[in-house]
Ligand binder design. Structure first.
Ligand code: HMG
Length: 389
């Protein structure tokens, strides 16, 4: 039995901030962002979008009625949760109309937890082969106006339906994880934005990659020539490019290097336009690769490097299955082009608007553009979501 991703969907916010405008407003050379970080635009959410609306919108785009009747677990991976107690997946389960006899949980370890979600889904399906597990990675990356991380913000969700006999890709049993207790990026409960030691975090990312890849190679007796492509966690694409160069052995054949580099360029296409979406960012890279590469074929092996600050990382591989291209879209760039372009002033208002609760815990909101779901109001401290008809 093979287990893997049967369907994959994506949602992001409907507003976009061009990096050239941000560069001008912050007195930076635009090439610092376009070449130094390899970012062209950031997705900006209004107050009526959050991890629930993004997650439900991403999942809605792939689910049919049969899925709603057969999914028996919903895992929401996030580090920008809306509640310290109730799992966001409970809201998502209800909004999507999934049958009641399902387990719904939320997972956290910075940008890594979606990978843990996939690992758990795989174990569950190994025991119950008829099960279908919905794993969603949903986050809003918000560092603050004029902060050092401002240029690496973003928002979005990736929804993955995991099943036996998947139609996109199958998981291999080769996961190697690493944990190291470091303070490169963290967000205490009392802070709405993270504390980050930016340069240190990039060094840790690269060192976790190098050491985990060495262990993976030792255990699997493999090298990069076995891979058609390698996807990386994408806090910003330039760091992932440094990662690829770090593990690319000089002795590799030029054709292998060219293949990996070409497919790397396809894997960062969407992230360049969206920014960091934390837990979903590795999988946005995977989606971008699958939907834009012209060379991938059934049977190809793809490596994945998942990294969550704090830190936990994991390297594992997947294989494309026959007919995978039929399960993907080829017009997603249009969705990204159709987002509403906003100025820096509008971004500062939109992204940092807070719900103003009255003394009874009620708030209403102005009408903003969102995907298939939106936050309608807060009543008595309860968040009320609605789907668009
Ligand atoms: P910065 O101040 O933008 O960076 O901070 P910089 O001065 O290092 O410049 C960035 C690059 O632009 C450099 O390239 C410059 O040379 C280049 P490099 O030397 O590194 O190759 N540059 C130019 N290029 C062309 N033309 C120019 C020009 N000027 C400069 N004129 C930093 C960068 C990453 C520190 C900041 O954006 C930040 O703090 N970001 C947030 C933290 C982050 O993303 N860390 C990544 C690793 S940790 C991680 O991935 C986990 C995370 O996703 C969270 C989680 O797990 O939950 C963040």
């Amino acid at each position: 039995m093979t287990i893997g991703i049967d369907k994959i969907g994506f949602a992001t916010s409907q507003y976009v901030l061009p990096m050239t405008d941000l560069a001008q407003a912050r007195n930076q050379d635009p090439e610092k962002f376009s070449q130094g970080l390899m970012l062209d635009a950031l997705s900006i959410t209004p107050v009526t979008d959050d991890i629930i609306t993004l997650a439900a919108s991403a999942a809605q785009s792939i689910l049919d009625d049969e899925d709603r009747q057969t999914i028996d677990m919903v895992i929401l991976a996030t580090e920008s949760s809306i509640d310290q107690s109730k799992a966001g997946s409970v809201y998502v389960h209800q909004l999507l109309g999934i049958q009641p006899f399902a387990r719904s949980i939320e997972m956290k370890e910075a940008c890594y937890s979606a990978t843990a979600g996939l690992d758990y889904a795989k174990l569950h399906i190994e025991k119950y082969p008829q099960s279908r597990v919905l794993v969603i990675a949903s986050d809003i990356a918000k560092y603050g106006i004029d902060s050092s991380g401002e240029s690496t913000q973003g928002s979005g969700a990736i929804a993955m339906l995991v099943s036996s006999n998947p139609r996109i890709l199958s998981f291999n049993d080769d996961n190697v994880a690493q944990t190291r207790d470091i303070m490169d990026f963290w967000r205490p409960n009392y802070s709405s934005t993270p504390f980050v030691d930016g340069m240190y975090s990039t060094k840790q990312y690269l060192d976790c990659l190098k050491t985990t890849w060495a262990e993976y190679q030792r255990r699997e007796e493999t090298d990069l020539s076995d891979f058609a492509a390698f996807c990386f966690h994408l806090p910003f694409p330039k760091l992932a490019l440094k990662g690829l160069n770090k593990i690319m052995d000089k002795s590799l054949d030029d054709s292998v290097k060219t293949r990996l580099k070409d497919n790397f360029d396809q894997s960062i296409t969407y992230s360049r336009q969206v920014g960091n979406i934390y837990t979903g960012s590795l999988y946005l890279g995977l989606l971008s690769l699958l939907e834009n590469s012209q060379t991938l074929k059934a049977g190809d092996k793809i490596g994945l490097f998942s990294y969550g600050s704090g830190a936990v990382c994991e390297i594992f591989s997947v294989n494309l299955v026959k007919g995978f291209e039929k399960m993907l879209r080829n017009d997603r760039k249009k969705d990204l082009e159709n987002r509403q372009v906003i100025s820096v002033d509008q971004y500062e208002q939109l992204f940092y608007e807070e719900a103003h609760l009255d003394q009874d815990g009620n708030a209403t909101f102005a009408d903003y553009k969102t995907g298939a779901f939106y936050l309608e109001a807060i009543q008595g401290h309860k968040r009320l979501y609605k789907g668009k008809d």
